[in-house]
Structures are given as structure tokens and as C-alpha cells.
Design a binder for this molecule. Sequence first.
Ligand code: ZN
Length: 253
Amino acid sequence: MVAVVWSRELPAEPSSVRVYQDSLGHWYCSFVVPAQVQPLPKTGRVLGVDWGVKETATTTSDAHDLPHAEHGRKAQTKLTRYDRMMARRKPKKGQPGSKGYREAKKWRAKTYAKIARQREDTGRKRAKKVVRDHDAVAVEDFKPKFLARTTMAKKAADAAIGATKQALIEMGRKHGRDIRLVHPAHTTMDCAHCGARAKHRLPLGERTYTCTVCGTASPRDKNSARVMLVRAGLNPAGAEGTRPPGALLQEAA
Ligand SMILES: [Zn+2]
């Protein structure tokens, strides 16, 4: 006897089914269903998205910036504890793992799966809002560099970006929105207003991008988000919070 839990109703007759078992021994079925686009009303607005570590995303609309979700912090402590438990209970070479070792391993896998679920859930919620409010979205085509990343915080930041980007692509497809992936090279060096490229990479601590050609100054990540729009061929006039070039300088003066 198997108890079936449906995660959601099938929208149409499935064409195939795949059955698999995860590391915890749970069985899953995934169905392939022909995609049905559920169009949303036009908004006349576009959005540029720049990924980051401190903020998961900075966008051309202040209302759509995504702070780094802190969930998983408690779970992270748990993971560390289970890691230590496993190390203490580690079986000798050639010996089968003790009951305690297997238990710790199972708890660890469970906690890990929970964090991943929360992350995907948050990604989907955020993607939904972005897709609902914009006709087209220019997204930095970020490739997670898990192996190069050393600290837990950076790994978590990478994973959050990966989940949110994936959710944006899927949600955009589902609702017939125009999601454009932008190559990330030089996006922090280009001026979103005149297109000039800075001669040097901006130091990480420098939070303001000041263009030496047109004189425009804007918050670094906001400039990058706008560069995404321009590179994707979307009209920045459709972005919320757009200021005329030089506006920030005048305010500062
Ligand atoms: Zn410029």
C-alpha cells in the first residue's frame, strides 16, 4: 500500500510519467503535461535584474528588489551539528555505519531537503510578483560557481540566485512573458545611460557608479540592472524609477 500525496492537480492529460526515489527513500512521480500558456494582462512595464550576494537581486524597480532571504540560518546550524555528529560516528574503513551514523546522515539529508524546498518556494513567490507586474524582464544570465565559492554564506547566495532565476524563467514561460537572459560580462563596468565602458573594474567597496563620459552617477547595482535592460534591447523608459541622466548629480549638488 502506498499513500499518494498530490502536490498539485494535473492541468491536462499527461503524456508520460517518471517514477523516482530520493535519498530519504521517498518515492515521487513526475508527469509530463503539454504546456499551456496562461496569459496575464499587459502592464506596459519592463524590468532589469542584477544578481548579487548581499541582495539576491537589485532591479530597475525599487519595489521589486529582492533582499537575501535569511531562511536556512537556523537550519544551517543544524547542518553543522549533524556534520559533527557524522564525523564523530564515522565508521572505520570497511566497517558498516552504526545506527547513530545512519541516523545523523538521514537527519542531515532531511534538513538539506527542507532548505532547498524553502528556497524554491521563496523563488517562486518572488518570480510570480515580478512576472505579474512586467511584460518583459531582462535577467543577468548568472552561472552559479559553487565549486569556487568557499563560505556557506556565498553558497547560500548562489543557491538563492539559481532558484530565483529558474523560477523566473518557468513563471515567464507559463504566463507568456518575455524573459531575456543577458550575458553578465562587463555589466558592472558599463554606463546604462550612454553605453560607455569604464576603463577599470569598479572596486567592490565602491557602491556608486560614476560615468566619466556622461557624468551620470547612480547606485552601482541599479546601474547594472539598467544595463541588463539596455543590453536585452528593452526600452528603459518602461522601467519604474527611471530618472533623467544627471538627476542624481543635481540632487547631490
Ligand atoms: Zn555615461
